[in-house]
Design a protein around this ligand. Structure first.
Ligand code: GLU
Length: 376
């Protein structure tokens, strides 16, 4: 087992730091001491030449308290309204605090849709890179005020994972209100033990995490494990640590061991492939036979119409779809044909395909270059 994660910290040039609502808020709203401490630590990292991107929750929790509600509203307009109230105060406090260290901040609010379109994805990347080149700290949150279910990231763990992929970060740090992943819930079981390193995320890891819900934010431990699965699958390490620990960021970068570290896959996934695999929301499923599964998994082949047995969903050309065989997800790819065209050509040999317009636009339903296999 690889227990030495120090080398990952000493080589980091670009880091995404996610801070959860549980760390940022206290009884009466935002915890200003936490904001002060995090700003100071991040400023030290920036001064050392590290590029930092902050993904900050806390808008809803802070807005809820500011309006004087006892708990987060359950209705969508209510939630969106408290997020609007809270986001303003959140950024104002960050701005004030970073200013004392001579640092500038920028607010970026995103919906999942912004990263699903390749064009907008690249735009967001260019803007963020420009801010980083100016040494401005981007502070990112979900655009809760306009995001509805279909265009939501769902939680900021997922958002932070997608930002790490977007910017090809070297590390994702998740600052939360518990020390890391334990073998049971430490809030109810004092004998619970911290797991310092996870080299492979298994079903068991997910089950453990699902028993440890979050107190305030949307996430909880399971959404952090899902984020870890995405980034480590694309070759980026992640660590979950307690945000309130004194100077935690500085300690991590001095190679002190804290929290739970998730070892990445050895090879980094090219940025376009990580966008296909983890960022765009799949619009359907293509079920394929064993022969096609073998060709795709072990022979580096594309998906041809003859290997398709069934499809689910209604999607257009260029959509992302999951490929499955016998119920098992094999990967994600972009389709060259719409769902209705695939229904017409599936099961047929490639040479039999004739487009209604007379031509045969593509031999492959999913070309190898647009296909990413799910890690085993
Ligand atoms: N975007 C939400 C907020 O700022 C938080 C979502 C989450 O906690 O994951 O309040």
């Amino acid at each position: 087992m690889n227990n030495d994660h120090a080398p990952y910290f000493t080589t980091v040039k670009r880091v995404v730091i996610k801070i959860g609502s549980g760390v940022l808020t206290e009884k009466n709203g935002l915890n200003l001491n936490v904001i002060k401490s995090i700003s100071q630590q991040i400023s030290i990292l920036i001064d050392r030449g590290i590029e930092v991107i902050l993904v900050s929750s806390g808008a809803m929790a802070s807005g809820t308290k500011k309006i004087g509600l006892l708990q987060r509203p359950v209705d969508i307009p209510g939630r969106q309204a408290v997020a609007a109230v809270g986001q303003a105060g959140l950024i104002m406090e960050y701005e004030k605090s970073f200013k004392t260290h001579g640092k500038k901040v920028a607010q970026i609010l995103l919906t999942r849709e912004d990263l699903s379109s390749r064009k907008r994805y690249l735009n967001a990347r260019n803007t963020l890179n420009t801010l980083l080149s100016w040494q401005v700290l981007p502070i990112i949150n979900e655009n809760d005020t306009v995001a509805v279910e279909e265009i939501r990231f769902g939680d900021n763990d997922n958002l932070a994972a997608m930002i790490s992929l977007l910017l090809d970060a070297d590390l994702l740090i998740s600052l939360t209100d518990i020390d890391g992943l334990y073998d049971s819930d430490p809030r109810s079981n004092p004998a619970a033990r911290l797991i310092p390193v996870i080299n492979k995320i298994t079903r068991k890891t997910e089950l453990l995490a699902s028993e440890i819900p979050g107190a305030l934010g949307a996430g909880g431990m399971l959404s952090k494990i899902k984020a870890a699965k995405k980034v480590t699958g694309a070759g980026i390490p992640m660590i979950i640590v307690k945000g309130e620990k004194e100077d935690i960021l500085i300690k991590l970068f001095s190679s002190e061991k804290h929290g739970t570290f998730f070892t990445p896959k050895e090879k980094k996934l090219a940025s376009r492939k990580s966008w296909i695999a983890y960022t765009i929301k799949p619009a359907g499923v293509i079920n394929i036979d064993d022969g096609a599964a073998e060709a795709i998994q072990n022979m580096g082949k594309s998906l041809l119409p003859c290997g398709i047995v069934d499809i689910e969903g209604d999607f257009g050309v260029g959509a992302a779809v999951r490929l499955q065989a016998s119920g098992k997800v094999l990967g994600t790819g972009l389709v060259n044909y719409s769902a209705s065209d695939i229904r017409n050509i599936m099961g047929r040999k490639t040479c039999d395909i004739l487009h209604p317009t007379g031509g045969k636009p593509y031999n492959e339903v999913v070309h190898r270059d647009n296909l990413v296999l799910t890690p085993e």
